[in-house]
Design a protein around this ligand. Structure first.
Ligand SMILES: CC(C)(COP(=O)(O)OP(=O)(O)OC[C@H]1O[C@@H](n2cnc3c(N)ncnc32)[C@H](O)[C@@H]1OP(=O)(O)O)[C@@H](O)C(=O)NCCC(=O)NCCS
Length: 187
C-alpha cells in the first residue's frame, strides 16, 4: 500500500473516488459524486491517494481557505474493507506535510454527528457549548476520536448544523512551530 499524490490525469482513479464517495456518503453524493470529484481536483487543492494493488483504497483532500495559512481537510475516506489498518493516519500525516510545505500553520475540519454517535447529539448545544465539548463522550465510534489520535482538538461546534441535534464538530491542529513570542500576551 502506498500513499502518494492523486494522479489527476487518471480517469479510472477518479471513477473509483466517485464510487467511494457514494458508498460512504450516499445521501450527499448519490447524484453529485462526479461533480464533487472535479472540484476535489481543482489546481489550488491538495489531493492524496492511498493505493493498494493499483486500486484506490483511501483519499484525503485539502482546501486553502485562509490564504496559505489555514487549510480545511475535505474529505477523508478509507474504503471500508481497508479500515483500521492505519491508512487514515498515514493519509493525514502525508497531507499535513504537504500543507506545511505550502506555508500552512493550521489544519482544520468539520466532522458531523448526524447519527447520534456522540453525547453532543443529546444536548442543546446553545445552552453551554464549551462544557459540552469538554465532557464529550463517544457513543458509537464517531471519528472525532480518530482525529484526536492524530493531534486534533475540538475547537467548536455548530449546533443543529445538519438538522435538530445533528451538530458539526470543528477540530483543528497546529502543524508548524510557532514564533517564540507568540503567546507572551496572555489574556
Ligand atoms: C475515519 C476513517 C478515515 C479512519 O481511517 P482508518 O484507516 O480506519 O483509521 P486508522 O487505522 O488510521 O486509525 C488510527 C487510530 O484511530 C482509531 N480510529 C479509527 N477510526 C475510529 C473511529 N471511528 N472511532 C474511534 N477511533 C477510531 C483507530 O482505532 C486507531 O487507533 P490506535 O492508534 O489507538 O490504534 C475511516 O474510518 C473512514 O473512512 N470512515 C468513513 C468516512 C469518515 O467518517 N470520514 C471522516 C469524516 S470527517
Amino acid at each position: 500500500m502506498i500513499v502518494t499524490e492523486f494522479d489527476r490525469e487518471d480517469p479510472s482513479l477518479k471513477v473509483q473516488l466517485a464510487d467511494m464517495l457514494v458508498l460512504t456518503w450516499p445521501q450527499a453524493y448519490a447524484d453529485s459524486a462526479t461533480a464533487e470529484v472535479d472540484q476535489l481536483m481543482a489546481p489550488d487543492r491538495l489531493a492524496i491517494a492511498a493505493i493498494d494493488n493499483d486500486e484506490l483504497v483511501g483519499f484525503v483532500g485539502a482546501i486553502p481557505q485562509y490564504g496559505d495559512t489555514g487549510w480545511e481537510i475535505h474529505p477523508l475516506v478509507v474504503r471500508d474493507s481497508h479500515r483500521t489498518q492505519r491508512i487514515g493516519a498515514r493519509l493525514m500525516t502525508f497531507i499535513e506535510d504537504e500543507i506545511e510545505n505550502r506555508g500552512g500553520i493550521t489544519v482544520y475540519l468539520g466532522t458531523d454527528d448526524e447519527k447520534s454517535q456522540t453525547s453532543l447529539s443529546r444536548l442543546d448545544l446553545f445552552a453551554d457549548p464549551l462544557t459540552a465539548i469538554r465532557e464529550i463522550e463517544n457513543l458509537d465510534r464517531h471519528p472525532y476520536e480518530f482525529y484526536e489520535k492524530q493531534g486534533y482538538k475540538i475547537v467548536g461546534v455548530i449546533p443543529d448544523a445538519n438538522g435538530w441535534n445533528k451538530p458539526d464538530i470543528l477540530m483543528a491542529k497546529r502543524i508548524a512551530v510557532p514564533p517564540r513570542d507568540l503567546n507572551k500576551k496572555q489574556l
